[in-house]
Design a protein around this ligand. Structure first.
Ligand code: MN
Length: 254
C-alpha cells in the first residue's frame, strides 16, 4: 500500500516515528506533519498566511518526510494535493500521546488529520495511546497497520473514519478489541485566572475530564477496561431526531 502519515504532536514525536517505522517495513510510506505540536487545533486550516513544506531528512531511509507550518488538516491537503505526487491508499494520523475519546474528537488535531483524509475520500484512521507518561507506541503502531490493511481491503463507506484508542499496556495485558460508540464525556473547562508581572489578568485553559463513568460500549469504557477501542465516526453531523422535532415547531418566515 501507499500510506500517508500525519499527526498533531509534531514531526519529532516518537509516536509518529514509531508509526512510520512500522508501516515502512511493509508499505511505501510518506510523512507530512506539523513542524511543532498542534494538539487541540480541531479541524483548523490555514487560509490567511502562506503554507510552507520542507523535506525533513531525519527519518530512516525509505521514508519520505515533510515538515510543514500547517495544521494536521493542512498537512493532509498538502500531502495528497501536492507533495506526494500520488493519491495514497490510506491515511493514518498518530500515534497520539494521550487519549482521543468522547467529545475530545471535536478538539482533536489527531482526529482532524484522519477526518481530512475522509473528506478527500481516502480510507483514514486516527490512533492514540491513552496515557501521557511512559507511553509505549509498539502495540498501537502494529494495530494501526493491520487495521489500515483491512480498511483498504474492505472499501469503507464514504464520509467515515475510524478512531482508535489503545491503552498504554503491553499486548499480552490487553483484554482484546472493543468496537465502540463515542461517549458523551465532556471536559469541565477549568479557567485559571492569573496576573501577569504588569498587574493585568490573563487566563489559562486547563480542561479536566468529567469524573463520570463512561457507559459500557463506549470508547472511554473500553480503554478503562483494558480493550483497544475502535470507533467508526461519521462526518455528517445532522441530528435526525431533532430534524423531525424542528418540523413540528410551526416556524414561519417572518
Ligand atoms: Mn496530540
Amino acid at each position: 500500500m501507499r500510506v500517508l502519515l500525519t499527526n498533531d504532536d509534531g514531526i519529532n514525536s516518537p509516536g509518529l516515528r514509531a508509526l512510520a517505522e512500522t508501516f515502512a517495513a511493509h508499505h511505501e510510506t510518506a510523512v507530512v506533519a506539523p513542524e511543532h505540536e498542534r494538539s487541540a487545533t480541531g479541524h483548523a486550516i490555514t487560509l490567511h498566511k502562506p503554507l510552507r513544506a520542507i523535506r525533513y531528512p531525519a527519518y530512516p531511509p525509505g521514508i519520505v518526510a515533510w515538515s510543514t507550518n500547517g495544521t494536521p488538516a493542512d498537512c493532509v491537503v498538502l500531502g495528497v494535493g501536492e507533495l506526494l505526487g500520488y493519491r495514497p491508499d490510506v491515511i493514518v494520523s498518530g500515534v497520539n500521546v494521550g487519549p482521543n475519546l468522547g467529545l475530545d474528537l471535536t478538539y482533536s488535531g489527531t482526529v482532524s488529520g484522519a477526518m481530512e483524509g475522509a473528506i478527500l475520500g481516502i480510507p483514514s484512521l486516527a490512533v492514540s495511546v491513552t496515557s501521557f507518561v511512559d507511553v509505549r507506541f509498539d502495540v498501537a503502531a502494529r494495530f494501526a497497520e493491520s487495521l489500515a490493511r483491512l480498511m483498504v481491503a474492505h472499501r469503507l463507506p464514504d464520509d467515515v473514519l475510524i478512531n482508535v484508542n489503545v491503552p498504554n499496556l503491553p499486548a499480552e495485558r490487553l483484554k482484546g478489541i472493543a468496537f465502540t460508540r463515542q461517549s458523551n464525556r465532556r471536559y469541565l473547562s477549568r479557567l485559571e485566572k492569573r496576573t501577569d508581572p504588569r498587574g493585568r489578568s490573563y487566563y489559562w485553559l486547563t480542561g479536566e475530564r468529567e469524573p463520570t463513568n463512561d457507559q459500557e460500549g463506549t470508547d472511554g469504557w473500553a480503554v478503562a477496561n483494558g480493550y483497544i477501542s475502535v470507533t467508526p465516526i461519521h462526518l455528517n453531523m445532522t441530528d435526525d431526531r431533532l430534524l423531525e422535532v424542528l418540523r413540528t415547531w410551526g416556524l414561519t418566515v417572518p
